[in-house]
Design a protein. Structure first.
Length: 159
């Protein structure tokens, strides 16, 4: 084939994306923040990871697809959320086999829910410690969660 060249620097082998699942209660505030920020950072650094988020016990009280606190804070970070507006999704038992790593946002709150709804998976996931907005103000939680997600992405980059 005349004129056909493959330049090594432009060739990227097929890389299997590893799937991360962030869990919280309603899949509206903390897990959505972690998912969106993680994907923003991972894409910028060309990491072979994709995050998703789901909820352990969805609430009908949520107003719309995304917490206003999450939306506002991500906007201050210049993270475009337009492609991330979807309604909360409940976690299913199949998810515990599908995702490579699962992280619950708050051990105090979510270990009990895991024990109730998914006892076989309770000890197979990682737990962080970020309280819901009715316990601790988002102005305190989101900066700490941002730091945790950034450190998590930096750790994955070193692997």
């Amino acid at each position: 084939m005349r004129g056909f060249f493959i330049f090594a620097e432009h060739f990227k082998p097929n890389v299997v994306e590893k799937r991360i699942l962030f869990l919280c209660t309603g899949n509206y505030y903390r897990s959505r923040f972690a998912e969106i920020l993680f994907n923003y950072l991972a894409e910028k650094q060309e990491l072979p990871y994709k995050a998703f988020s789901k909820g352990l016990r969805l609430s009908k009280r949520n107003k719309g697809p995304l917490s206003v606190y999450t939306e506002d804070y991500l906007t201050t970070l210049d993270v475009n959320i337009s492609g991330h507006l979807r309604m909360p999704i409940p976690v299913s038992s199949d998810d515990f086999e599908y995702y490579h790593q699962i992280i619950a946002m708050d051990e105090k709150e979510h270990r009990a829910l895991m024990k109730t709804y998914f006892p076989a998976a309770e000890d197979n996931i990682e737990y962080w410690s970020f309280a819901d907005d009715y316990i601790e103000a988002p102005a305190q939680v989101l900066p700490k969660l941002e730091g945790k997600v950034r450190n998590f992405v930096a750790h994955l980059k070193k692997e």
